[in-house]
Structure formats: structure tokens, C-alpha cells
Write a protein that binds this ligand. Structure first.
Ligand SMILES: Nc1nc2c(ncn2[C@@H]2O[C@H](COP(=O)(O)OP(=O)(O)OP(=O)(O)O)[C@@H](O)[C@H]2O)c(=O)[nH]1
Ligand SMILES: [Mg+2]
Length: 360
């Protein structure tokens, strides 16, 4: 036996590994934990309405890594035949109008009717804020806890085109997971309403009663897109003003040309806080669906949207490819300087960049 080490700093050997933990098995657990589920495994989970499989698949769809793109595309291809059996509702309105509060009340009402509700968002500004819905989860307290609801914040870190495409693919995944009512929220700024309008069946503009100048500051385009205007916060002292606003909006909507759907946009008042009128909003959406499913417009619109998104995806990927090419990045900077110094016309500079990109 070796004599004990006299140093005070000496350490004893640790206790040996107990036999019950086999290093073989421990290794297996670690490797299983690290293994990414295959697209088929995720799809199987999604078709069994497994929300964690759904979330993992959405994360793949949202990833910008080319590695994930292939897996994401495979999952979407598997999900497509199961998708489409849903109603997609877009909701827009300026900050503070009550979108989150309304979606909470409306979502709870719908799950109460036995529906499965997914709430998504298109919010390209969320790169910094990490999605308004996320901060909002406190405002959707009941809906978050509802097993028949799924809330997912906006994809971030990209252009509007990128965020919108990913949201559209996320719709497919949610539908395959059995969500039959998809609500897509967007803040009424920039072009995001147009993007949301092009992926939904029904587009709802949320407003509050102002000081009698209801139509001021509303972009004409948004009014034209709206299938319904809902005047929120019609409670307390506001009820009368909300009613007046309803009349004014009704009058204004009649001035727009008839929609291809044959639907005359409706105006309704509600209070997301007291939940008063939330049922009427669903009532008018149901009327709309009955009309457009009957006259074929519902299916036609979805077909047109599919083609639109094919073209959008091409635009987006071409742009990304062009602008992320390191050689082009350098060359663009060079040409920008040349344009600035009047050495070349903007059109000639653009042409020279295109020629270089396409090796002409
Ligand atoms: N009185 C009343 N207040 C409401 C109603 N709906 C929402 N609010 C209040 O209005 C404020 C803004 O509501 P949000 O639901 O956060 O509005 P939002 O449109 O989601 O706002 P952003 O997320 O910032 O775009 C909150 O203080 C709500 O409590 C309503 O029907 N009546
Ligand atoms: Mg909100």
C-alpha cells in the first residue's frame, strides 16, 4: 500500500461510477437527445395534434439555415394534403385598438363552440421586440391556457416577404395539426396588411370610435380590403360614439365598388373587454363563409392566393440570393459610390450589376 500523500492539497480519488449507470446506456440517452427528429417523425406528431412537434416543425420552417430548408419543405409537403380544412381570418388595427384583447375574447368564444384556434402574427418589426404576441401572452392569459388554442409569435429577423412566407407555411402546419380556425394578427403599419390579406379568407379591420372623424387617417387600401370593420371598445361612455361610428363606416363602405365575392362589407360594434358583440362578429363571418363557399369564391380565392405565393416566394428567394452574394455585396457598394459621384447613371449601374450576377 502506498504511503499517504503528506501534502494538504492532495485529493482522494472520486467514488467510482455506480454499476447501475451503464456508460453504454448513458451514451444512448445523450445521442437520442441530440438527434433531431426526422421530418416523418415530426409529421406523425403533427397529425396526432402534438403541439411540441408542431412547434419544432414551425421552428424549422422559420429557420434561415439552408440545412433546415430541406427538412421544412419535406414536412410541408407531407402536411399539405391534411391542410386547407380551415377558416383563415386576418385581423389588423393600429396599436392599442385592442387586437390582443379581442383575439383573446374571440378565441375563447370559438373554442367554446368546439373549434381549435391557432393565433399567428405577421410583424416584421418584431426582430427587436420578439413579436408583439409574445409580450401579449399576458393579455391572452385564458387563451394561452386553453388546450384547444395555439399561440405563436411572429417569425422574426427578416424582411416582410420572408416573415409572410413563413407565416403562410406555418398556417399549413397548424391546419395539418387539426386547427380549424386560424387567426392572423398584424399591426396596421406598412405593407403587412396586404401580405396578411393575401393569405386569409376573411379580413377584419379593428377600429375604435374617434371624435367623429372616423375615416380620417385610414388608408383607402385597407378599407377596400376589409370584409368587416369592427368598432371595438363599445362599452361604458363609448357605446354611443361607437354606434355613430358604425353609421359613418357603413355609409363609407357603400361608396366602394362591389367586391368580387359578392359580399357587402359589414360594420359591427363590440367590446373585447366585456365580450359584448363578439358573437355577432363570428355571426357575420359565418354569413360570409356561407355566401362564398356557395358561390365558389372561397375556393377560387385560395387558388389565386396559392399562385400569388408561388410568385412571391420566387421574388423573395431571388432577392435574397442576389443581395447575399458576397461578390454582389462588394460590387453593389462600388456601383453605389460610382452613382453618387455621377460616374455612371443609376440604370447603367443596375444593368452592370445584373450582367455580372447572371454572368452575361
Ligand atoms: N374599454 C375597453 N378597453 C379595451 C377594450 N379592448 C382593449 N382594451 C384596452 O385597450 C388597451 C390596448 O389593448 P390591446 O389588446 O393590447 O391592443 P393591441 O391592438 O393588441 O395593441 P398592440 O399590441 O400594441 O398593437 C388595453 O389596455 C386594453 O385593456 C375594450 O373593448 N374596451
Ligand atoms: Mg397586441
Amino acid at each position: 500500500m502506498a504511503p499517504p500523500d503528506p501534502s494538504a492539497l492532495s485529493e482522494k480519488d472520486g467514488i467510482p461510477q455506480p454499476e447501475t449507470v451503464s456508460s453504454d446506456q448513458a451514451g444512448q440517452i445523450i445521442s437520442r437527445r441530440q438527434k433531431k427528429p426526422s421530418p416523418q417523425t415530426l409529421f406523425d406528431g403533427i397529425s396526432q395534434s402534438n403541439v411540441s412537434a408542431l412547434s419544432r416543425a414551425i421552428t424549422l420552417v422559420e429557420s434561415t439555415s439552408p440545412k433546415h430548408l430541406e427538412a421544412a419543405n419535406q414536412i410541408i409537403a407531407l402536411c399539405l394534403p391534411r391542410a386547407n380544412r380551415s377558416v383563415r381570418i386576418g385581423i389588423t388595427g393600429v396599436p392599442g385598438v385592442g387586437k390582443s384583447t379581442f383575439i383573446e375574447a374571440f378565441g375563447k368564444y370559438l373554442t367554446g363552440l368546439g373549434k381549435k384556434v391557432a393565433v399567428l402574427a405577421v410583424d416584421p418589426s418584431s426582430t427587436i421586440s420578439h413579436g408583439s404576441i409574445l409580450g401579449d401572452k399576458t393579455r391572452m392569459e385564458d387563451l394561452v391556457k386553453d388546450p384547444n388554442a395555439y399561440i405563436r409569435p411572429s417569425a422574426s429577423g427578416e424582411t416582410l416577404g420572408g416573415v409572410a412566407r413563413k407565416t403562410r407555411e406555418t398556417i399549413t402546419l397548424c391546419e395539418a395539426a387539426g386547427f380549424d380556425t386560424i387567426i392572423i394578427e398584424t399591426v396596421g403599419v406598412g405593407q403587412s396588411e396586404t401580405a396578411v390579406h393575401s393569405m386569409v379568407d376573411f379580413f377584419l379591420l379593428l377600429k375604435i370610435a374617434g371624435a367623429g372623424d372616423e375615416l380620417q387617417g385610414i388608408k383607402r387600401g385597407i378599407m377596400e380590403m376589409a370584409d368587416a370593420v369592427v368598432i371595438n371598445k363599445a362599452d361604458g361612455d363609448n357605446v354611443k360614439r361607437a354606434r355613430l361610428a358604425k353609421t359613418e363606416f357603413n355609409r363609407a363602405l357603400h361608396l366602394f365598388p362591389a367586391k368580387k365575392s359578392g359580399w357587402m362589407p359589414k360594420v359591427e360594434t363590440c367590446s373585447a373587454l366585456t365580450k359584448d358583440g363578439v358573437d355577432k362578429v363570428w355571426g357575420l363571418i359565418s354569413d360570409y363563409l356561407e355566401l362564398v363557399q356557395g358561390n365558389g369564391y372561397f375556393a377560387d380565392k385560395r387558388q389565386a392566393q396559392n399562385q400569388y405565393w408561388m410568385m412571391e416566394t420566387i421574388h423573395e428567394q431571388l432577392q435574397r440570393h442576389f443581395f447575399s452574394n458576397p461578390d454582389m455585396v462588394k460590387e453593389i457598394e462600388r456601383q453605389k459610390t460610382a452613382v453618387l459621384q455621377n460616374e455612371i447613371s443609376p440604370f447603367a449601374a443596375a444593368q452592370s450589376l445584373m450582367d455580372r450576377y447572371f454572368n452575361r
